[in-house]
Design a protein around this ligand. Structure first.
Ligand code: GLU
Length: 477
């Protein structure tokens, strides 16, 4: 049974990298008929916050990612982590290290001077009981370190990167698995140890995470071995890069999934885009797909090793595809709250609102474009330069005067489109201008500019709320 997990640390809002990892885990689980679990890695008490846990869960739900079972809370499993540490201590595979910060800093300083990579030099690996007593008598506390032999070879077959090989010497010396504590206690367990104990307890079959965890995987494999546990299969997904090929960071304007929502992206497009960050759809299949459709197609064979460049134009394209596929009802549901937020009085007539959505829908890229484009239907726009010029064209204002006259005798409710055409033709005839002059003048009067959506529908919507006549009148007063 395939069982995968996402193990976010609730030290911030749902990060784009974490969301992408979630999408890959979810797709793999669904593609294999397996299960996708959550584990909240909240052991860093100072930086973790329940508001972040909440944000992460809500962000995943927003993206359309569901999970099996109740999320595991890592901080509730400290006893099990400490039991595992005791096993390692008893086997002689872990030991107490009393090196203090000043000594560690001096060690690093010396290594820097020699141009060496920083590493712990394992100096307390073989302390005698007398030496330990002496450190304790000094009042020193100890971390617990797990032995990593320099010549140990670590190998695994990565689902994305193929055969991987690491040497113990490259792992920075014996690894701290529990924070400093008095020597008769076991301090707070650290990430690598806790992750191994929990992944094993949760029967995780595949660990799928970002490639920044590769060195952790090497360390974790040593822990699996030392604890007599069966290691899962690993897959390391490529980093997300910005347009310059550097790791995507705060400077690129987005880090959190919330940022996308606030910018007006739909969950469907963001989820769709996340899956394309590293995975390529099989030949002959379009890139626009839902999570459920992608789950049918997903395999690690098509996940690349190279960093995945973040491409705003592709995300925008996907978002437009999603929005253009929405019904007017769906659009209204998402746009109406945005209109209300702007303080606009939205007409109670649902058919009017739906018609407006139908009118502007095809030109939306972001949801918030639906605010900008709806603006002239809620606020009377000022006349712009091009509109003023149009109204100066010979016959333009006369045509508007004739149209207003006609509207007085033949009231137009905004529903009969043929009647609208006849009214425009007659007004143009009476003013002795071409119908195109009439049309452009009407657009200038109604929208305050010469660009915009379908004119007759625009006029109809404004007529239905009694807003066409005042706009025509202000052009001739
Ligand atoms: N808490 C770790 C992180 O958020 C989990 C890494 C893992 O998947 O093991 O990076």
């Amino acid at each position: 049974m395939v069982r995968v997990r996402l193990a976010p640390s609730p030290t911030g809002t749902l990060h784009i990298g974490t969301a992408r990892t979630a999408v890959f885990n979810w797709l793999f689980a669904r593609s294999q008929g397996g299960e996708f679990l959550l584990r909240i890695e909240d052991t860093d008490k100072e930086r973790s916050g329940s508001e972040f846990t909440q944000n992460i869960l809500e962000g995943l739900q927003w993206l359309g990612i569901d999970w099996n079972e109740k999320p595991v809370i890592q901080s509730e499993r400290v006893d099990q982590h400490q039991d595992a540490i005791r096993v390692l201590l008893n086997k002689g595979l872990a030991y107490r290290c009393y090196v203090n910060d000043v000594e560690l800093e001096a060690m690093r300083h010396a290594q820097r001077a020699l141009n060496q990579a920083p590493r712990y030099d394992n100096r307390h690996r073989h302390l005698t009981p007398e030496q330990e007593d002496a450190f304790q008598a000094e009042g020193r506390e100890a971390v617990i370190r797990f032995r990593i032999h320099n010549n140990v070879e670590i190998e695994w077959n990565d689902l994305v990167r193929g055969p991987m090989r690491w040497q113990g010497v490259d792992l920075g010396g014996d690894m701290v698995i529990a924070r400093r504590a008095p020597a008769d206690q076991i301090g707070d367990p650290l990430y690598n140890l806790a992750a191994v104990v929990d992944d094993a307890a949760m029967n995780i079959s595949h660990v799928i995470r970002g490639e920044d965890h590769i060195a952790n995987t090497a360390k974790q494999l040593l822990l699996y071995d030392a604890l007599g546990l069966i290691a899962p299969t690993f897959a390391h997904t490529p980093l997300i890069l910005n347009a310059d090929g550097r790791k995507l960071s705060k400077r690129d304007g987005v880090t959190s999934i919330d940022d996308f929502r606030i910018m007006g992206y739909t969950a469907e497009a963001v989820a769709n885009y996340m899956m394309l960050l590293g995975w390529s759809v099989p030949e002959g299949v379009g890139e626009r797909c839902t999570l459920a459709q992608a789950a049918e197609l997903f395999s690690f064979k098509r996940v690349g090793k190279a960093g995945a460049r973040f491409d705003w134009s592709k995300l925008n394209w996907l978002n437009a595809q999603v929005l253009h596929g929405w019904t007017s009802e769906q659009l209204l549901e998402s746009l109406c709250p945005l209109w209300v937020d702007r303080g606009w009085k939205v007409p109670a007539k649902r058919s009017w609102c739906l018609e407006l959505c139908k009118l502007i829908g095809p030109s939306l890229i972001l949801l918030k474009d639906g605010v900008e484009q709806a603006l002239p239907f809620f606020e009377r726009p000022d006349l712009q330069e091009d509109a003023n010029q149009q109204l100066e064209v010979e016959g333009s204002k006369t045509a508007i005067i004739h149209l207003l006259d006609l509207l007085q005798t033949e009231f137009w409710s905004g529903s009969d489109m043929n009647q609208a055409q006849v009214l425009l033709e007659n007004a143009a005839k009476a003013a002795e201008v071409k119908k195109s002059v009439m049309m452009r003048s009407l657009r200038a009067a109604l929208l305050g500019c010469l660009q915009g959506p379908d004119l007759i529908t625009t006029w109809s919507l404004l007529a239905q709320i009694g807003e066409d006549v005042p706009r025509l009148q202000r052009c001739i007063s």
